[in-house]
Design a protein around this ligand. Structure first.
Ligand SMILES: NC(=O)c1ccc[n+]([C@@H]2O[C@H](COP(=O)([O-])OP(=O)(O)OC[C@H]3O[C@@H](n4cnc5c(N)ncnc54)[C@H](O)[C@@H]3O)[C@@H](O)[C@H]2O)c1
Length: 254
């Protein structure tokens, strides 16, 4: 059993938490003692994850929402805060539509949706935290970046422009909100075969990648979840504006 950071007393909203990295972060942060708001467009998936957390002895609320819609994000954040004496401690802006396509095949609808979920959704998540955090106690925002924000990968024009914007948003908000006792950081996981990512890469591509990743293995959902728990812990109280790579060295290797 790993020694986990103590997040008891924290209420944390996690978007895109019905599966993949979001689900894994929800389960881990709940094990650290936090009350979790499980948010996703997949309403039944939210129920299943909240149920799993409850069965494991944790606390969670299923709070379905589309993160592209500001009012829905503010509504679920308000509901989670209401269940925690009016206070929200952190938001993890994880929801995203994962899609790789050659640039000329990217439709107007797909690009708009990816920008609305990834960029607008992270923006609304930050506003939601600010509406409910306690300035004395402080707050935290975690955004989800990616190695594609720094390196060029073919067929990722739409995805990488969203992730590049998320890195910029993270740094900008770290500067703006630090004086208000809110830390803003990002996780940049690499090559984790989640349900969404498996739709992008076939088995042969993952085998090829495994040979080039410096750690010679794919990422695991838990690698990212443990890093998330650390970033939200009191031990990380001076870490602000950081893009924490959890990618086995992909971004560093160039
Ligand atoms: N898997 C990887 O290798 C990897 C690498 C780098 C970054 N990331 C990032 O990690 C995050 C999670 O990715 P994943 O691999 O778990 O993907 P995933 O597709 O398995 O999960 C994404 C979740 O987001 C939800 N979602 C989509 N649109 C939504 C919306 N409008 N509102 C609310 N929820 C919505 C989906 O229903 C799904 O449950 C994403 O931001 C992704 O870009 C993943």
């Amino acid at each position: 059993m790993p020694i986990r950071p103590d997040l008891s007393g924290q209420a944390i909203l996690i978007t895109g938490a019905a599966r993949g990295l979001g689900r894994s972060m929800a389960l881990t942060l709940a094990q650290c003692g936090a009350l979790i708001g499980v948010t996703d467009v997949d309403a039944s998936g939210c129920e299943v994850v909240a149920d799993d957390i409850g069965k494991a002895g944790g606390r969670a609320l299923a709070l379905p929402a589309d993160v592209a819609v500001r009012a829905q994000v503010l509504r679920v954040a308000g509901a989670l805060a209401a269940a925690n004496g009016g206070r929200l401690d952190a938001v993890v802006n994880n929801a995203m539509l994962l899609r790789y396509e050659p640039i000329e095949q990217v439709s107007e609808e797909t690009l708009t949706r990816m920008v609305s979920i990834g960029i607008h959704g992270s923006f609304w998540g930050a506003q939601a935290l600010l509406a409910h955090y306690d300035a004395q106690r402080g707050g935290a925002i975690i955004n989800m970046a990616s190695p594609v924000a720094e390196k060029g990968f073919p067929n990722t024009a739409a995805y990488s422009l969203v992730k590049g914007a998320i890195v910029t948003l993270t740094k900008s908000l770290a500067a703006e909100l630090g004086p208000r006792n809110v830390r803003v950081n990002a996780l940049a996981p690499g090559s984790v075969p989640t349900p969404g990512a498996l739709g992008l890469n076939d088995k042969a591509e993952y085998e090829r990648r495994t040979r080039t990743i410096p750690m010679r293995r794919l990422g695991r959902e838990e690698d990212n979840a443990e890093a998330c728990a650390f970033l939200l812990s009191p031990e990380a109280s001076f870490i602000n504006g950081e893009i924490l790579h959890v990618d086995g060295g992909i971004a560093a290797a160039g």
